[in-house]
Design a protein around this ligand. Structure first.
Ligand code: GLC
Length: 526
């Protein structure tokens, strides 16, 4: 279905990322669930989102909180089972909110029946051919087959114990050892993915966020990697044999063939690739509809850096006449308030960047809690759950600080998130001022600001455009105009107030000072 401008529904949509563990808990176990999401749909309507992206809810031992899937065609009881998903889809559709879900094709859980069968079968067996098993290197095979590192830390290989006393093989896992990588050279793996896609599409899901969409295919000879930085965001994945291998495009073409049977469904890839030409390849007409471009997430709060991120994100999408995407945070990175310096300055910058992002042409992804101005939480060691903490030998704290449950109401934890005070991650008392309840009542809150911005974006024709042009601006200031629509967005990333260009101010992220835009602020003008 196209919108009033003739675009597919997702081309100018605001997607709201729900991290189901942390959104709302209805059954009182301290972990969020799908009935919790359904119960809070009015909130999402109030906010004005077009679609939800649910992090994985499939059956999983939760070694990586759902990114280790043991049954891709069912919902984990922790989240309420498959009926809870049906209820959510129906209720969301009744409110014109689409539901997209995470799909994890790069790996399964080590508890998946396929992996169990692989362990129970000898080297060279068809069961092992669904994964990437190899003999070790060194005289007795006691060294891993190559030097690849896990994104979470430590080697990307784990050795298994064979039952018949033969030399033990190793299996590849780019993430946790509980997440063995699938062998995408095996047609069985394709067939199974197709089954999974059709299963959810038939159930009414509106599309997928495809996890590690630049992974899956591996070079056959598995050459050593250059060990520079193995971490998620810092790795130079453009020249990394673990990722972005040519064969991955076959996988995307296959996914697209299936989605073409469901013309409204969208495929959105998590693509940690920076070279524009390489990135654009994922957006070819027979591959993904949308690809996450993470340049904005990586940009410092600095005019040149932000401009560079915007220009390149637009340029990359333009190569294939595809729709650009924008995101400031997700469940894998520090929240933007924290990245931009924390405290009042961090928050002011986050408001400013929200305006910069929401005026750009394309699809936008918000991460739950972003609209409340939440910052990362400093969690005590004993609360940490992300496998990164253990696998890095306690050198990297991992992503839990950005995954703390949402504060809804009341003045003490768990703030209406749950009836159970023992939430899966502890919630800070300081969030008593940041609850949805308080922010809805306060016209000066982050939530009220987001609601105003989203309302304008959805209703005003000034936001309609497929390109921007940069207008002249002083140093440390960015000014762009949405071509066609005409909206002007000004960002002051400097240290002095700046005069605004001619026009009426539609919304500003901070009060003007003598008619000027203060530092760490942005404004929309018509
Ligand atoms: C993606 C997910 C991340 C997960 C990883 C392994 O990067 O966003 O949360 O840990 O894939 O599935």
């Amino acid at each position: 279905m196209a919108d009033s401008n003739g675009r597919p529904w997702w081309a100018h949509a605001v997607f709201y990322q729900v991290y189901p563990r942390s959104f709302c808990d209805r059954n009182g176990d301290g972990v969020g669930d799908l009935d919790g999401v359904t119960a809070r749909l009015d909130y999402l309507t109030t906010l004005g989102v077009d679609a939800i992206w649910l992090n994985p809810v499939m059956v999983s031992p939760m070694a990586d909180h759902g990114y280790d899937v043991s049954d891709p065609r069912d919902v984990d009881p922790l989240f309420g089972g498959i009926e809870a998903l049906d209820r959510l889809i129906d209720a969301a559709h009744a409110r014109d909110i689409r539901v997209t879900m995470d799909l994890v094709p790069n790996h399964t859980s080590s508890a998946h029946p396929w992996f169990r069968a692989a362990l129970a079968s000898p080297p060279g067996s068809p069961e092992r051919e669904r994964y990437i098993f190899r003999d070790g290197s060194g005289p007795d095979g006691s060294q891993p087959p190559n030097n690849w590192l896990s994104i979470f830390g430590g080697p990307a290989w784990t050795r298994v114990t064979e039952s018949d006393g033969r030399a033990e093989q190793w299996y590849l896992h780019l993430f946790d050892a509980e997440q063995p990588d699938l062998n995408w050279e095996n047609p069985e793996v394709y067939d199974d993915l197709e089954k999974t896609l059709r299963f959810w599409l038939e159930r009414g899901v509106d599309g997928f966020r495809i996890d590690v969409a630049h992974g899956m295919s591996k070079p056959r000879d598995l050459p050593d990697m250059d060990i520079v930085k193995a971490e998620m965001l810092l790795a130079d994945m453009d020249n990394d044999p673990r990722f972005n291998h040519e064969g991955v495009h076959d996988v995307h073409r296959h996914i697209r063939t299936v989605l073409n049977d469901y013309p409204d469904a969208v495929a959105i890839g998590e693509v940690w690739v920076y070279d524009n030409e390489q990135f654009a390849r994922y957006l070819r007409a027979d591959e993904l509809h949308l690809g996450f471009n993470f340049r904005m997430v990586r940009a410092e709060f600095e005019a040149a850096d932000i401009r560079h991120a915007i220009e390149n994100s637009l340029a990359a999408a333009a190569i294939e006449k595809a729709t650009p995407t924008w995101t400031l945070s997700n469940h894998d990175v520090d929240r933007e308030v924290t990245r931009y310096g924390g405290g009042d300055v961090g928050l002011a910058r986050a408001w400013a960047m929200a305006l910069v992002m929401l005026a750009l042409p394309g699809a936008v992804f918000l991460y739950n809690g972003e609209e409340l101005g939440l910052a990362n939480v400093d969690l005590p060691d004993e609360a940490l759950q992300d496998p990164v903490w253990e696998r890095s030998g306690h050198t990297r704290r991992g992503r839990d600080g950005a995954r703390v449950p949402m504060p809804w109401e009341g003045s003490t934890p768990p703030f209406g998130f749950s009836t159970n005070p023992d939430t899966w991650l502890p919630m800070p008392q300081e969030w008593s001022t940041l609850t949805v309840e308080k922010q809805l009542r306060d016209p000066g809150s982050t939530l009220s600001f987001y609601r105003s911005a989203m309302r304008l974006r959805a209703s005003r024709k000034e936001f309609d455009g497929t390109a921007i042009e940069w207008l002249e601006a002083p140093e440390d200031v960015l000014v762009y105009r949405v071509v066609d629509g005409g909206l002007v967005c000004v960002l002051n990333a400097g240290s002095q107030p700046v005069a605004l260009p001619a026009g009426d101010v539609l919304l500003a992220s901070a009060a003007l000072v003598d008619g000027k835009l203060p530092p760490n602020a942005a404004a929309w003008l018509t």
